[in-house]
Design a protein around this ligand. Sequence first.
Ligand code: ADP
Ligand code: MG
Length: 292
Amino acid sequence: ATPTAIMVGTGRAAEMGVLLRRGEALQMLREAKVIALDKTGTLTLGHPALTDLHLAEGFERGAVLGAIAAVEDRSEHPIARAIVEAAQAEGLSPGAAGDFAAIPGMGARGVVDGHDVAVGADRYMESLGLNTAPFAQMAARLGAEGKTPLYAAIDGVLAAVLAVSDPVKPGTPEAIAAFHALGLKVAMITGDNSATAHAIAARLGMDEVVAQVMPEGKVEAVRRLQGEYGRLAYVGDGINDAPALAQADVGVAVGTGTDIAIEAADVVLMSGHLGAVGDGIALSRATMGVIG
Ligand code: ADP
Ligand code: MG
């Protein structure tokens, strides 16, 4: 492509809200064969809400919700915010947890009124030596509904299984249809529960799902998809996505996302609308010519 074509293409992209941070970005968008997207905050709003709370025998709702909210009040995770908001909506005013620890991709723990409180994914509970089997069927049902199942433990005893739900962004289904119309394969890569991820991906008609990956696992998944399909565009918004954005042939950050993701990206979506990625790819083909 000529420098003029790149300049014109870059200017037109900017008018569509697609900021190209590198000269090669347009070329790379044109050559993309597969597009991989983070789920939380990219395909979805990234603002989950608590939808379910099932208590184990002998536990009381206010006590459990208050305790986990005290822990989550110290976490930055979107799930944490959902739990704190739910507790506040029920008139609970959780105290501050001591000894707080956030375990990336797993959950969070702390000490509340002298009790050990942990909240997070099934693998987190298992890492603490807790058996989640009695709740597995309930968790599977919540996952099949596209909700993220979580567990709460108090003093080493499972106290509740709960779920949060994060609505799909308006425009996401149309954006995925547009990727398919451009001949691209579409993959979801997420740290979320496998059943949840598959339920949402099936609804959206995605071709591949990689779920329950830790942040390093996102990079590994990107490498595998590159080996399978070729040039890859990755779209993400979180701190967790920065390594995958760097590994991708073209990294696309959602403009409403974290600064760390934006810094790691070649392309920034100013509006946060995924449809702009398809528009950018179509534009790259129009201005640079379709690859023969
Ligand atoms: P994602 O790709 O969905 O942003 P993360 O790696 O941030 O994934 O988290 C993966 C999973 O770890 C979550 O779905 C949740 O089960 C669990 N988790 C992580 N942090 C927390 C937290 N603060 N509270 C509850 N669960 C958490
Ligand atoms: Mg995200």
